[in-house]
Design a protein around this ligand. Structure first.
Ligand code: NAP
Length: 251
């Protein structure tokens, strides 16, 4: 009998897999046995090398998710390269910081297009394939700002709050087809996305003071949650947003 967390024979798409959280999740899925299509605008050569060193297959798919133009091609290229599609991790994302009174339409649209619109339409494209195939797993990367308001990141908060709602809507529509849709809400994780916060001594101290675990998260801290939600062990977990935050939301 196989282990309930075993992903052997499964194929995953991870967007934004060249660095940070996406890279760590791609490697964690491969460690659990999955083959991985690494999707992004910067080639994920390093990630693919890690995956292949684990004895798994990796495919590199070039795509800019600031528009929805590549979504059907991403699914088609994954199936062509790796034979099937079982798991989609919507990880690619950007952030724009600015006071609400000065926030520009360009900073609004850029974040909503990448962090929300592409998440929906790539999920739609993958979901159509998974429904026809008899099941699958979609994992969206949410945020503390799926639950909280944050400050100076209006389009990011709107997008990540939207991701929380979308996760539940897609779960409701697709549960009957064996497609689970869940999200992971990372706390404060040390990546490029949070470099400005880490470099700001005042914000950095305030953030650390509030985290019960008393440290920034590492990208690898997200791997276990991703493997769990991608696995048979989570077959009846639907529409859930799982915080991996060192206790931030518990404060
Ligand atoms: P990161 O290191 O900046 O990585 C972001 C990834 O998204 C990169 O691979 C990036 O590619 C990709 N990406 C951005 N825009 C793209 C586009 N238009 N097309 C294709 N790929 C694109 O940040 P991260 O912290 O790992 O973030 C990953 C996810 O976690 C994001 O959704 C972020 O909002 C979320 N998150 C992060 C934290 C945190 O504390 N770090 C907390 C909560 C949620 P390039 O390298 O080419 O830019």
């Amino acid at each position: 009998m196989s282990h309930p967390f075993d992903l052997s024979g499964r194929v995953a798409i991870v967007t934004g897999a060249n660095t940070g959280i996406g890279q760590a999740i791609a490697v964690a899925l491969a460690q659990a046995g999955a083959d991985v299509a690494c999707v992004g605008r910067t080639p994920a050569d390093e990630t693919a090398a890690h995956i292949r060193a684990l004895g798994r297959r990796a495919a590199l798919i070039a795509a800019d998710l600031s528009t929805i133009e590549p979504v059907e091609r991403i699914v088609a290229e994954t199936v062509a390269a790796l034979g099937r599609l079982d798991i989609l991790v919507n990880n690619a994302g950007i952030i724009r910081r600015g006071d609400a009174v000065d926030f520009t339409e360009a900073d609004w649209d850029a974040v909503i297009d990448t962090n929300l619109k592409s998440v929906f339409f790539l999920s739609q494209s993958a979901g159509r394939h998974m429904i026809a195939a008899g099941g699958g797993r979609i994992i969206n990367i949410a945020s503390m700002l799926t639950f909280q308001g944050g400050i100076r990141v209006p389009s990011y908060t709107a997008a990540k709050s939207g991701v929380g709602g979308l996760t539940k809507l897609l779960a409701n529509e697709w549960a009957r087809y064996g497609v689970t849709v869940n999200a992971i809400a990372p706390g404060y994780i040390a990546t490029n996305n949070t470099a400005a916060l880490q470099a700001d001594a005042v914000r950095n101290a305030a953030i650390l003071d509030r985290i019960p675990a008393a440290r920034w998260g590492a990208p690898g801290d997200l791997g276990g949650a991703a493997v769990f939600l991608a696995s048979d062990a989570a077959a009846y977990v639907q529409g859930h947003v799982l915080a991996v935050d060192g206790g931030w939301l518990a404060r």
